[in-house]
Design a protein around this ligand. Structure first.
Ligand SMILES: NC(=O)C1=CN([C@@H]2O[C@H](COP(=O)(O)OP(=O)(O)OC[C@H]3O[C@@H](n4cnc5c(N)ncnc54)[C@H](OP(=O)(O)O)[C@@H]3O)[C@@H](O)[C@H]2O)C=CC1
Ligand SMILES: [Fe+3]
Length: 412
């Protein structure tokens, strides 16, 4: 059984057990009719928007469309059972009737069930179909779901859109992280109709070109923290560079020139010396692109010119670089706080060893003990570092990258 099948079954089971009154409630708290989603008066000239399916996405979309002044008709396999879940202004009817009446149809079904819609080919001829589906795995070689839908309905114009918006954001309203809606289609007429709806719902449409871009759009919500890859990699590279430099300077050099063994410094002291250098350079990388941008604008004599792509990407990753710098600085503070404790512990240990040697006991356990202490300490500090990383990643700014998946958590 696929992951999606399991998810759908669990969700369906929960919905069947849930009393109708409970299901009527909107997903967000604050009463049955949130003030910001009060119905606008529909203009008879606005297109009649159809939605196939009566699941969470369909309910949220219908609520927002009605609130934005659109006339809505919902197509269900069982319209009687589901009618009460939708705003009064939306008509809930059979799939065939909805397809016949609507000017533009959102397909809010899981792609596995697209084939069950094949009977609606005729009423949907010449109409726009919006595919909102998402995959469960990153797809590189199979056809996108939007293209599969286009194969089933060769005489309709398929548009890929809204898959990056969660049912939750549709109801709560667009927020910073999830305002952009990626859209693509082979028909420019169909695309501009969806662009228009997107703007009216308060989102920002981003034209991604032809329907062949649908695969990339479907993969988008599945990438975990895409904007973090380069900042994390550059912080790691800087760390290895400074660590290697410190290793050569503080350990290899004294050993090679004076035969002094400083290998005990490897786990704690050297990491502690490396961290502030990484933090400072990373912080410099946060401010540097701003200066380069200002310099370019001054030399061009205008601010109305696009920056080169590399600078654009660098500017967009300043927040992540800043958080990496903060993490290194925080870890340095933790290490520095731990160092005095470590020194005093080693002093006690050496004192005991000295006393033992004085009374005639010779043993190499002291050195082993020092190593064990250093090891435990570094494991403890690393665990602390990971914990702070987890705390930072749960900040809302970072959490925005979760996009539509936030909804699944709420539903679960
Ligand atoms: N939920 C979310 O936050 C988001 C969902 N999406 C996409 O929207 C689509 C719908 O998601 P969601 O609303 O959560 O799903 P649900 O499981 O809540 O709803 C799916 C609906 O499909 C309809 N349906 C039609 N034919 C079948 C069939 N043969 N078997 C089962 N169901 C059928 C059902 O309505 P009826 O019984 O009335 O016919 C059902 O309510 C998916 O493609 C998903 O990837 C995209 C972005 C966000
Ligand atoms: Fe310091």
């Amino acid at each position: 059984m696929s992951a999606r099948q399991k998810y759908t079954d669990v969700k369906k089971g929960a919905q069947d057990r849930m009393p109708q009154e409970e299901m009527k409630k909107p997903l967000i708290l604050g009463g049955a009719s949130p003030r910001h989603l009060k119905t606008s008066i529909s203009d008879p000239s606005t297109p009649l928007v159809g939605i196939m399916g009566t699941g969470d996405f369909s309910r949220s979309l219908a609520t927002r469309l009605v609130a934005s002044g659109y006339r809505v008709v919902v197509g269900s396999r069982n319209p009687k059972r589901c009618a009460s879940l939708f705003p009064e202004e939306a008509e809930v009817t059979t799939q065939h009737q909805a397809a016949t009446q609507a000017d533009l149809v959102f397909v809010a079904l899981f792609p596995e069930h697209y084939s069950t819609l094949a009977g609606l080919r005729e009423p949907l001829v010449g109409k726009t179909l919006v595919d909102v589906s998402n995959g469960t795995k990153i797809n590189r070689d199979k056809q996108s779901y939007a293209e599969q839908l286009a194969n089933i309905f060769p005489e309709s114009s398929v548009v890929k859109a809204f898959n990056v918006i969660s049912a939750w954001s549709l109801q709560t309203g667009p927020r910073d992280g999830s305002r952009q809606v990626l859209i693509c289609s082979d028909s420019s007429r169909a695309k501009s109709a969806v662009l228009q709806i997107c703007r009216s719902l308060g989102f920002i449409p981003v034209d991604m070109g032809r329907l062949s871009s649908a695969q990339e759009i479907e993969n988008t919500p599945l990438y975990l923290f895409p904007s973090w890859r380069v900042p994390c990699l550059s912080t790691l590279c800087l760390f290895f560079f400074f660590y290697a430099y410190n290793f050569l300077r503080d350990v290899v050099h004294p050993y090679a020139t004076a035969g002094k063994s400083k290998f005990y410094k490897i786990p704690v002291e050297m990491v502690n010396v490396t961290l502030p250098s990484v933090a400072l350079v990373t912080l410099a990388l946060v401010y540097l692109p701003g200066l380069v941008a200002a310099f370019l604008q001054l030399s061009w004599g205008t601010k109305y010119r696009r920056f080169p792509n590399w600078l654009d990407r660098w500017l967009q990753q300043r927040k992540q670089l800043g958080l990496c710098a903060f993490l290194c600085a925080a870890l340095h503070a933790v290490y520095s706080l731990c160092l005095p404790m470590r020194r005093s512990a080693r002093y006690n240990l050496l004192n005991t060893a000295f006393k033992q040697v004085k009374v005639g006991q010779e043993d190499s356990w002291v050195e082993e003990e020092v190593w064990r202490m250093e090891l435990y300490l570094s494991i403890g500090i690393l665990a602390l570092g990971l914990l702070s990383l987890l705390a930072i990643s749960s900040l809302p700014t970072v959490g925005n990258s979760l996009n539509w998946r936030e909804f699944s958590f709420v539903q679960g």
